[in-house]
Design a binder for this molecule. Structure first.
Ligand code: GLU
Length: 491
């Protein structure tokens, strides 16, 4: 089977995280079958266009490395298919539909349609077109058109018929045509098709074999089935994907979490971690190993393993998965990615702080944080005490759990640490740590008794890397300076 899939976004805003999951599933299925993933921009609803939305869709695909396998020429450039650049394909075939009796010209003005809707509302009737122009003879319609009257073209929906289609995830779904309206297929400008017409024409012309899209599009199936029947064409296979839900069990919204893909990129989830995480929002590969490379996902992906019920986007799991990916990166690669991300999103921090330090200092910090960092927006938070002055939370020095009952106890411990730090070898974390621990044991002290006040003095923060990591990153001179400063405050 030749598998061709498409993402068909309308450029009406940012790229939604759920749409990225759709894109990923389309990409996985196409590549699983060694064939093509395509993007088609559906921009026929001109009132909802948002500037920059197409660029955002393309940029996100680039960043995530989901390159479409087919592109078309737009003037000088190549890019996705764009419906507004293919307008000549839609209207002519619609006139034929009217001649064949499967569609008709409708001359109802928008005033009439508004009145009709108001009347229906008052009488508590379901809204819908009343078929006013449905039986107008073709000759009469042609005359009106020749006289310059404006028209739309509607699909002539048959009455009392049951339509059936087989969804690859949900199985058999039936509709009764009595619930349907004679849907508009060509707008009153005589050029632009509506979504239903353009989608059926394009899926056919572009030989799309499988359509994957949000479950809310199930309701558009009967019109698309009838449209295809009128055209005498076969529809693709359909898989309507489960919704992506927020923590409240409702469709993910800004209230319950980030929805825009660019927000996730900004927090710097690694693209490979984000895609791996999204792949599991609805798909169960039949084993419990959750970390999967793109190659593994492609090899294992089956549409029939996608479940029907909505999938909750759990940010804690995403953080965990991202942390796992961070841990597995080569430290040099991690360093390069941190630097790139900071340069792109945290310009201030990058130019004034990060790039002012030498490579080794930055590298030591990054290596220390490698097992601790879940997201990159945590980088600045976790490193403030390392890049700048120590924080000011010396009130944390006393800690009865660590057997530091008073400030005097804390100062005694800090005084104990000074000569050790003056003489130990700072070349690696181990050369620093081993003799230090030896000295603590020799002095009959407990680790926490020395390391707690030392950590507080070095960081001045409630949460930070451990005392040895801090000392190692800061170096001998800065560590001694920070400890002495605390001693001076209390002496
Ligand atoms: N243009 C539709 C959207 O914005 C696509 C629906 C479909 O995939 O058929 O989601």
């Amino acid at each position: 089977m030749t598998v061709r899939t498409r993402l068909a976004p309308s450029p009406t805003g940012y790229l939604h995280i759920g749409s990225l999951r759709t894109a990923l599933y389309c990409y996985l299925w196409a590549h699983h079958n060694k064939w093509k993933y395509i993007i088609r921009i559906e921009d026929t609803d001109r009132t909802r266009l948002v500037e920059g939305a197409v660029d955002a869709i393309i940029d996100m695909h680039d960043i995530l490395n989901l390159t479409p396998d087919e592109s078309v020429r737009h003037g000088w450039l190549y890019g996705p298919y764009v419906q507004s650049e293919r307008l000549e394909l839609y209207a002519p075939r619609l006139h034929k539909l009217c001649e064949e009796g499967n569609g008709y010209y409708c001359f109802c003005t928008s005033e009439r349609l508004t009145e009709l809707r108001q009347e229906q509302e008052e009488l508590k009737l379901p809204p819908g077109y009343d078929g006013h122009c449905r039986h107008m003879p073709l000759e009469e319609s042609r005359e009106k058109i020749a006289n310059g009257e404006k028209y739309t073209i509607r699909l002539k929906v048959p009455k009392n018929e049951t339509l059936v289609f087989n969804d690859l995830i949900r199985g058999r779904i039936e509709f009764n045509t009595n619930q349907l309206d004679d849907t508009v297929l060509l707008k009153s400008d005589g050029i632009f098709p509506t979504y239903h017409w353009a989608v059926v024409i394009d899926d056919n012309l572009m030989e799309i074999s499988h359509v994957m899209r949000w479950e809310e599009w199930i309701s558009s199936m009967p019109i698309q089935i009838l449209t295809a029947r009128a055209l005498g064409i076969t529809l693709p296979h359909y898989a309507h994907l489960p919704n992506v839900l927020g923590a409240d069990g409702k469709k993910l919204s800004k209230r319950t979490g980030d929805v825009s893909v660019s927000e996730y990129i900004k927090k710097w989830y690694l693209p490979e971690a984000l895609l791996n995480f999204l792949s599991l929002l609805g798909w169960h590969p039949g084993h419990d190993e959750e970390i999967m490379s793109m190659q593994e996902m492609i090899a294992q992906f089956e549409i029939t393993d996608i479940h029907k019920s909505g999938a909750v986007l759990d940010p804690i799991k995403l953080d965990w998965m991202n942390g796992e990916y961070i841990k597995r990166l080569d430290p040099g690669e991690l360093h390069a990615r941190v630097a790139k991300h900071l340069e792109q999103y945290e310009i201030e921090f990058y130019t004034h702080i990060f790039s002012q330090k030498n490579y080794d200092f930055n590298h030591r910090i990054i290596k220390e944080l490698q097992t601790r960092m879940k997201r990159f927006d945590e980088f600045i938070e976790l490193t403030t005490c390392l890049y700048g002055e120590a924080g000011t939370r010396t009130d944390l020095l006393v800690n009865t759990k660590m057997k530091i009952e008073s400030i005097e106890d804390a100062i005694t411990s800090l005084r104990f640490a000074i000569p050790i730090l003056e003489t130990t070898d700072f070349t690696s974390l181990d050369t620093l740590k081993t003799p230090f621990i030896g000295a603590i044991i020799e002095a009959w002290k407990k680790n926490g008794q020395v390391l707690w006040p030392m950590r507080v003095a070095l960081s001045g923060e409630e949460f930070s890397p451990g005392a040895f990591e801090l000392a190692y990153i800061l170096g001998r001179e800065e560590s001694l300076k920070r400890i002495q400063k605390v001693i001076d405050i209390y002496s």
